[in-house]
Write a protein that binds this ligand. Structure first.
Ligand code: AMP
Ligand code: ZN
Length: 148
């Protein structure tokens, strides 16, 4: 399966971190994943977990690799919470520019949160009516039935 071109990987800042070509504050490493501090943290201790291999986003990351990223994210989440004395932790991921992805190498954000950090997440808006909600559920479940 082709996930990306060599050019993508050569220009990829996270591949360079994996290769040790640029510095990072690494907090964890195993055979498939690494975790390091985000240079522009939402709160100090904000950590990124990535697969060592280059995949652009969640769609193209093989499921076993994704599983390993999640295993590392679970470990790191608790370590970040304890180390930063956080009241909670957000785990999130941006996929594609429209969702705010800037670095096109699969990564999960682990962000320590505090009761009083005043960071507001986006707010939900109710569906127009139950039929509209049901139509989205139908469309998504139909997609899931046709996905291979
Ligand atoms: P995203 O918007 O999900 O693509 O997030 C990319 C994240 O990578 C941002 O939060 C950046 O601050 C972070 N970042 C970019 N370059 C580096 C780097 N060299 N070392 C650590 N974090 C980085
Ligand atoms: Zn990469």
């Amino acid at each position: 399966m082709t996930h990306s071109t060599n050019t993508d990987q050569e220009n990829c800042i996270f591949c360079k971190i994996v290769a040790g070509e640029i510095a990072a504050s690494k907090v964890y490493e195993d055979d498939e994943t690494i975790a390091f501090l985000d240079i522009q943290p939402v709160n100090p201790g904000h950590t990124l977990v990535i697969p060592k291999d280059h995949f652009e986003n969640i769609y193209t990351t093989p499921v076993m690799t994704w599983m390993r990223v999640q295993m590392t994210a679970q470990k790191v989440a608790l370590a970040v919470k304890h180390a930063t004395d956080a009241d909670g932790v957000n785990i999130y991921m941006n996929n594609e520019a429209a969702a705010g992805q800037v670095v096109p190498h699969t990564h999960v954000h682990i962000i320590p949160r505090y009761n009083d950090d005043n960071l507001t997440l986006w707010h939900g808006t109710a569906y127009k009516d139950p039929e509209e909600m049901e139509s989205f559920a139908d469309k998504i479940s139909t997609e899931l039935k046709t996905e291979n």
